[in-house]
Design a protein. Structure first.
Length: 94
């Protein structure tokens, strides 16, 4: 396979994967990616994962876990809602 043809196939595969991820609400990210999404350290992610209001981790293998991106986003939104409710007693309109 010629180099240009290989790059074309690789780019098509990446585009297909990106589209598939956008179409599903069940995209799962591993620990480092989940921590990056939340803007926290991996250690803090592990601490948060023991809390009852934090999204449940999904076992992917004997030593691998992940979280649904949608669940992480909902958790972030719930924290933002609580924060805006505590400021001034009313929910701010964004």
């Amino acid at each position: 396979m010629k180099m240009a043809n290989y790059q074309f196939v690789d780019n098509r595969r990446r585009a297909a994967l990106r589209t598939a991820r956008e179409l599903t609400n069940h995209t799962i990210v591993r620990t480092a990616e989940a921590a990056a999404i939340l803007g926290i350290t991996v250690k803090h992610l592990h601490t948060l994962s023991t809390k009852s209001d934090f999204p449940v981790k999904i076992k992917l293998g004997s030593h691998a876990v992940g979280w649904r991106v949608l669940d992480l986003e909902k958790w972030i939104d719930s924290k933002q809602d609580k924060q805006t409710l505590t400021k001034g007693g009313q929910k701010d309109v964004l």
